[in-house]
Write a protein of this length. Structure first.
Lengths: 361, 276
């Protein structure tokens, strides 16, 4: 049985349906992420799991028990708030001891467990400090320790890394993963940052307008997005819109106006004449000189419009004959080469048939 | 840098000068006055060059009288009792109201705060006399109860405003966090809201407690002869018996007592903070 089950949950605010008939389940020990743009309903869903809000329809079931009549303070679920919500009048130790005191645990035992929690987040030397004396990253750790110390069944994290700068955020991501493995508590993580979600999660539910667009493992979300929204939201992607010319045997030929035919793989068999798009990750597009021998079914000529050098890779933006721009990623791993192509250079771009995913939704 | 310094003096100078002339100097004058003899027809006896048979120079007589009779101690104790009780009643009434206002939508809050200070728009004496009309028919006048009623009524806004200012700044997510971590409504109040509102409680209490000690009009109008407090004694010394040295001494004693209470309170608060 799944640890947490969300069954047909709906929440409306006036005429707005913030969460629209959402169902999924989270297994024990999983790192589960709700990913979506702001206003997609992920935070509303999180608040309902925590108990601060109640669904208009549907049920939230934890360990087989419907939580509808359980107040937030009685749910074995803790939340790490985006603003950390540390108690400013308590020291680090007192903050961490708070849930244990509320649970009526003996003082001697509290002291031992606070020590343990401080060690988990590497803040032993800060126990007597007040929150205002801590850096953002340290506050974040105290908030984590405070939420984990009483061993909840489920930990909810509401954009917990949102307030940290980029470098610290990456460090905290690694720490978060290690921490979760160490304590073995199930995490439900809410974020709008797709790279963060991909890096951390066992599974991700991509939400949009109150619904789940796709629920999958990170690599499948990235590699096989189910629709245009997911493809566009996760990572960078090129989208070539066209009309189905022929499909069968898991392959499809698409007529893209001004460009010609594009081959791609497909799961179903889209009807000939229907509109569809080929979604193509920049790193799957090969870029070479105009006359380089590229034995690939999809091969087009273009001109370098611009490029973005970011150290490990360079992203080239190529103007295609139909006026569209295509992004192609080239690793900078060959020694001594800072740049392959200049703006205005004629190039050819190509990709194998398996590279593109056909999206009909 | 020089111009910045000039600016600082231009801005800070006038109020500084004002306080020196009208607060510090008078306070020193009062210290000296408390150590002089009363004049024959009220006021103060001269320091030098008295006529034969007249007192002059400095004396500690006022202090000897004060410390030589329990009655003054009793009046001080009674005054602190009245001030303490008034502060407590104000606190108990103001806290829920301030909390309620702080949780209203912002637009409503300003209107509610306006209503709280609205009584100041009518004359102080009129408001106190109104209590005579209210309490008179029930035969509740001229006793401690009537005094406390009047004191609470007049000073309540001074408790509400600092409390409201404090409570309004509380981050509501802290209460969510407390609840999330297992605190029920009672625990959320006593472990989060209350400790965070202590600064508001202290400033509100000071704004009520200290003026009540010096208040003479309310005990005079609503109280009986037994309900006189320090304020009445000071007023009586200056305007009734016209014994200025004694009045000055009383006033100084009151200041010292208030400072002692404030000091003790902040010491207790600091200790409480460390322990909590």
């Amino acid at each position: 049985m799944a640890l947490l089950e969300i069954r047909n949950v709906t929440r409306r605010f006036g005429s707005l349906t913030a969460v629209d008939n959402v169902s999924f389940s989270v297994e024990a020990g999983e790192f589960f992420t709700l990913l979506g743009p702001s206003g997609c309903g992920k935070t509303t869903l999180l608040r309902m799991i925590a108990g601060f809000d109640l669904p208009d329809a549907g049920a939230i079931v934890l360990d087989g028990v419907d939580m509808a009549d359980t107040a937030p303070e009685r749910r074995p679920i803790h939340t790490v708030f985006q603003s950390y919500a540390l108690f400013p009048h308590m020291t680090v130790s007192q903050n961490i001891a708070f849930p244990l005191r509320m649970a009526g645990i003996a003082p001697a035992q509290i002291a031992a467990r606070v020590k343990e929690a401080l060690a988990l987040v590497h803040l032993e030397e800060k126990e007597r400090h007040y929150p205002h004396e801590l850096s953002g990253g340290q506050k974040q750790r105290v908030a984590l320790a405070r939420s984990l110390v009483s061993r909840p069944r489920l930990l909810l994290l509401d954009e917990p890394l949102g307030a940290l700068d980029a470098k610290l955020r990456e460090e905290m991501q690694v720490e978060l993963l290690e921490m979760q493995r160490e304590v073995g508590i199930t995490f439900v993580f809410v974020t709008h940052a797709q790279s963060e979600a991909l890096a951390l999660s066992d599974r991700i539910a991509v939400m949009n307008a109150g619904r789940i667009e796709q629920l999958d493992e990170p690599s499948r979300l990235y590699g096989i997005p189910r629709n245009r929204f997911v493809a566009d939201f996760i990572g960078k992607i090129n989208m070539l819109e066209g009309e189905v010319a022929e499909s069968g045997d898991g392959r499809v030929r698409l007529r893209v106006p001004g460009l010609g035919e594009v081959q791609a793989r497909v799961d179903g068999a889209p009807r000939a004449g229907s509109t569809a798009a080929v979604a193509l990750r920049p790193e799957q597009v090969r870029i070479a000189g105009p006359d380089a021998p590229l034995d690939l079914p999809n091969r087009y000529r273009g001109k370098v419009h611009d490029f973005l050098y970011v150290g490990d890779v360079t992203t080239y933006i190529v103007d295609l004959p139909n006026g569209q721009q295509l992004q192609a990623l080239l690793p900078n791993s060959s020694p001594g080469r800072a740049k392959f192509f200049e703006v205005g250079d004629p190039v050819s771009v190509a990709w194998p048939a398996e590279a593109g995913v056909v999206l009909t939704e | 840098m020089g111009s910045r310094r000039t600016l600082r003096w231009l801005v800070g100078g006038p109020p500084f000068l004002f306080l020196v002339v009208f607060f510090l100097l008078p306070a020193l004058i009062m210290v000296v006055a408390s150590l002089r003899y009363p004049g024959e027809f009220g006021g103060l006896a001269p320091l030098f060059g008295a006529r034969p048979g007249e007192d002059s120079g400095l004396t500690a007589e006022s202090y000897t009288v004060f410390f030589g009779d329990w009655v003054y101690f009793e009046i001080f104790a009674k005054s602190f009792g009245v001030a303490g009780l008034t502060t407590l009643v104000c606190l108990l009434m103001a806290y829920p109201l301030a909390a309620l206002i702080a949780r209203r939508p912002r637009t409503e809050r300003n209107l509610m705060v306006l209503l709280v200070v609205l009584p100041f728009a009518s004359n102080f004496l009129v408001r106190v006399y109104a209590w005579m009309i209210i309490l008179g028919p029930f035969d509740l006048l001229f006793n401690r109860f009537a005094v406390i009623c009047g004191m609470v009524y007049v000073h309540l806004p001074f408790m509400i405003l600092p409390l409201y200012t404090n409570l309004e700044k509380h981050d509501p997510v802290l209460l969510d966090a407390a609840q999330d971590l297992g605190a029920n409504a009672w625990q959320r109040f006593w472990r989060v809201t209350f400790p965070l509102s202590l600064p508001g409680i202290f400033s509100g209490s000071a704004l009520v407690f200290i003026p009540v000690l010096g208040m003479f009009a309310i005990p005079e109008i609503l109280g009986g002869k037994d309900d006189w407090i320090v304020g009445n004694m000071i007023k009586e010394s200056f305007l009734g018996t016209r014994d200025w040295p004694f009045g000055s001494m009383l006033s100084l004693m009151l200041t010292l007592a208030v400072l002692a209470v404030a000091g003790a309170a902040s010491w207790l608060a600091a200790r409480g903070m460390r322990r909590a």
